[in-house]
Design a protein around this ligand. Structure first.
Ligand code: GLA
Length: 342
């Protein structure tokens, strides 16, 4: 027995499109639930050090709330075509200037107002020898939100029997374009309250500082002697007394990118990725919103670990290249592994 998958109606969109929730369960009883709307991960149930199940991600109870409010929070969603900010929503490929929809002041954020977090994906499921798998597909048309090229996107969630959620991102285009896909789950490994008892380690010697609009300045600077130095595990609560985090780290080429754990539950999350960066966002814009089961989410109720190319790379020559050409395959893999520390 390698786990199971069930499917249920989650709700209907404003235009009456049915949305389904898929429940992936591995042989240890760990559960991941996801929607075909925005590829949204609604729940991740993990056993804590007392053997009790804890839901370690934030979200809403209804589709209506995701439709109305998630453009502000992006709870659990697949982000595309471009994670994080593109300055002035503009970039140039081969002398053509492309103008994107602006949804964050002067900038484009997370693919625009009609980004992938709002799209209905085609789905298929499979029970593999590794565990249950949900395959999400979406064809983004040439010009959608201002991006060039027809982009075929495939996001695969596999819940392995080692308690890993593996996310694979595959994309192909028929015209040069820019691509940066990520997953916007907010983790709270205690299952409630704030993330102040969480410990975090990020294997990054460098980070990309931002301007007043949270767009990278283009500099790549050492974390040493700054509050961005998480090379050794640090208590997040203490660090959050000084600053809020919403910044991209340049990952070292180590096996594990980031480790986070909760003192209360002992749940530990290890993130590894093929991508060059990770955005640590500490839920700074959570504004007493009512989420799942009536839980109130306020500043620091969760943290996002968005594996990514660096924000605004299309306008920064010194950042890794994000242009995808016809015939190329964009392939990335991020693994979220859950264990328990006593
Ligand atoms: C990202 C951004 C933040 C914010 C959140 C969504 O993490 O970096 O500035 O926009 O998404 O609220």
């Amino acid at each position: 027995m390698f786990g199971k998958i069930t499917k249920e109606l989650f709700g209907k969109t404003q235009i009456e499109t049915p949305v389904f929730q898929y429940t992936l369960e591995n042989k240890n009883g760990m559960i991941v639930k996801a929607l075909n709307y925005g590829g949204i991960i609604t729940n991740i149930w993990v056993k804590d050090k007392f053997g009790k199940y804890v839901d370690v991600v934030l979200g809403f109870d209804s589709l209506e709330e995701y439709e109305k409010l998630n453009h502000k929070y992006y709870f659990g969603a697949v982000i595309g075509r471009y994670a994080n900010r593109i300055k002035n929503g503009q970039f140039k490929i081969d002398d053509t200037i492309y103008q994107l929809a602006l949804n964050d002041g002067k900038n484009s954020l997370h693919g625009g107002i009609g980004g992938f977090h709002t799209k209905i994906f085609k789905t298929s499921t499979e029970i593999t020898p590794y565990g249950p798998k949900l395959n999400l597909k979406y064809l983004s048309h040439d010009g959608e939100e201002g991006f060039p090229g027809n982009l075929l996107v495939n996001v695969i969630y596999t819940l392995t029997n080692n308690n890993e959620l593996i996310i694979e991102y595959i994309a192909q285009t028929d015209k040069p374009t820019v691509v940066n896909l990520t997953q916007h789950s907010y983790f709270n490994l205690s299952g409630k309250g704030c993330i102040y008892d969480h410990k975090i380690q990020i294997n990054a010697d460098l980070y990309t500082p931002v301007d007043e609009n949270l767009v990278p300045t283009g500099e790549i600077v050492p974390v040493e002697n700054t509050p961005y130095d998480f090379k050794q595990p640090k208590n997040l609560g203490k660090m959050l007394e000084k600053i809020d985090y919403d910044v991209n780290f340049v990952l070292n080429k180590s096996k594990i990118a980031t480790v986070v754990s909760s003192l209360e539950t002992g749940i530990k999350l290890e993130v590894s990725t093929t991508k060059p960066g990770i955005q640590l966002y500490t839920g700074n814009f959570l504004d007493n919103i009512i989420g799942k089961s009536g839980n109130v989410y306020k500043k620091h109720s969760g943290l996002c670990l968005e594996t990514q190319y660096f924000p605004d790379s299309p306008n920064k020559k010194n950042f890794p290249n994000v242009i995808l050409k016809k015939g190329d395959i964009y392939y990335h893999k991020t693994t979220f592994k859950f264990t328990v520390e006593q």
